[in-house]
Design a protein around this ligand. Structure first.
Ligand SMILES: Cc1ncc(COP(=O)(O)O)c(C=O)c1O
Length: 403
């Protein structure tokens, strides 16, 4: 029997704010009514600012996996060659989707500790003078490893090579928590889901689409029906959907968008950076190893941590769940049992982080995992550091990115 609130510190689904729960807890309305059209238009418009785009956004009843499929079937044709970077468990799953649709996937090998390598892409594009590569697929934030790919650099490489491949990016665990710029980085399709930075329950999948991707969808030949952008866009013009939408999740989305607007997107990003830095300070003080091996690619939404050799991460997680009612993320596929993941994204604050890290430190103690003391203090020191002056300004724009 546990008292108080459960700590849901997996890297998604994340904690849903009471405001959002209350917004969802309403009578269902007619999805062909004027009231719905207003809701539909409002959330479609609000999502544009979250993707940092002025283009089209599509909201599916679905999940991130549906968003992957939608991006593929709307833009590509059977046998098309695509480059997909092996960043971890989720790149692996995306590859499966692509292969099931008959795409020829050049899977760029990776060690599950880094993001997509721009230099490797440069080499592959240079070896493709006939432009056989039709798309480049990248997970912006690989949730299994806590490594964030440098999408702006990937775009620069494509532009320098004057290569016309589409850029498809999975922002499922970064949207609304790590700075993400669909337009500025000239991403063609961005995929997202409701259950992470957007602070909603699972149940929605998103595509943000460029004009170029929309153009590609006119000639793409993969079969599609439910995921067809054209049908959606036609109905969305008036705030409607071509089939029954997830009405009450859209009530929740409207409220989540209000919350994100009230905080300000740049403050949301900064909050995630602070919490990630404090988390890493704790992990390093414990003497444990962070999975992401390139500090430029540290994720601000999730930190994956290696267990010392011979110690089982799932046992540690079970002890923490039993004693402190906290769920941490499991190591996935290749990393199962070797890694635990701390989700620090979405509806989250300093004291929730302090509680999370305290639960981990106590769990390490109870599980007899060798570690040094002082992780909590290191994190609290980071949290009480004054923010630098520049923190008052919005995040630096990198206009040169696409040139
Ligand atoms: C980076 C990433 N991509 C895709 C997915 C798949 O999304 P879903 O489980 O919502 O289908 C996830 C899920 O956690 C994810 O973290």
């Amino acid at each position: 029997m546990h008292t108080g609130r459960h700590f849901l510190q997996i890297p998604g689904p994340t904690n849903v704010p009471d405001r959002v729960l209350r917004a969802i807890d309403q009578p269902v309305i007619d999805h062909r009514s004027a009231e719905f059209a207003k809701l539909g238009s409002e959330v479609l418009d609000g999502m544009r600012s979250i993707f940092q785009t002025t283009g089209h956004v599509i909201i599916y009843p679905g999940s991130g996996t549906g968003g992957w499929e939608a991006a593929i079937v709307n833009t590509l044709s059977p046998g098309d060659r695509v480059v997909l970077f092996e960043t971890g468990h989720f790149s692996q799953l995306w590859r499966q989707v692509a292969e099931r649709f008959g795409l020829e996937v050049d899977y760029v090998p990776g060690n599950w500790r880094r993001g997509a390598d721009p230099a490797e892409l440069e080499a592959r594009l240079a070896a493709d003078p006939t432009h056989a590569i039709k798309a480049v697929l990248v997970a912006h934030n690989e949730t299994s490893s806590g490594a964030t790919s440098r999408v702006a650099e990937i775009r620069r490489v494509l532009n320098r090579a004057h290569h016309p491949a589409l850029l498809l990016v999975d922002a499922v665990s970064s949207l609304a928590s790590i700075d993400y710029r669909h337009d500025e980085w000239e991403v063609d399709v961005t995929i997202a889901g409701s259950q992470k930075g957007l602070m909603l329950p699972p149940g929605l999948g998103f595509n943000a689409i460029s004009e170029k991707a929309l153009g590609a969808s006119k000639t793409a030949r993969l079969p599609r029906s439910f995921w067809d952008w054209q049908e959606m866009l036609k109905s969305n013009r008036d705030g409607f959907f071509p089939y029954t939408p997830a009405t009450n999740l859209l009530f929740g989305l409207r409220e989540a968008l209000h919350m994100l607007q009230e905080e300000g997107l740049s403050n949301v990003f900064r909050r995630h950076v602070r919490h990630a830095e404090a988390t890493r300070a704790a992990v390093q003080a414990w003497g444990l190893e962070i999975v992401c091996e390139d500090p430029r690619e540290y994720s601000s939404s999730v930190t994956a941590v290696f267990m010392p050799e011979g110690y089982d991460a799932d046992k540690l997680r079970a002890i923490i769940l039993k004693n402190f009612d906290m769920s941490l993320g499991a190591g996935l596929s290749r990393l199962a049992g070797k890694v635990f993941r701390i989700g620090h994204l979405g509806h989250f604050n300093d004291l929730m982080l302090a509680g999370t890290l305290s639960g981990i430190e106590m769990g390490l103690q109870l599980a007899g995992v060798p570690h040094k003391k002082g992780g909590i203090n290191a994190a609290l020191d980071r949290l009480t550091q004054p923010e630098p002056e520049s923190a008052a300004a919005p995040p630096a724009r990198s206009k040169e990115v696409a040139r």
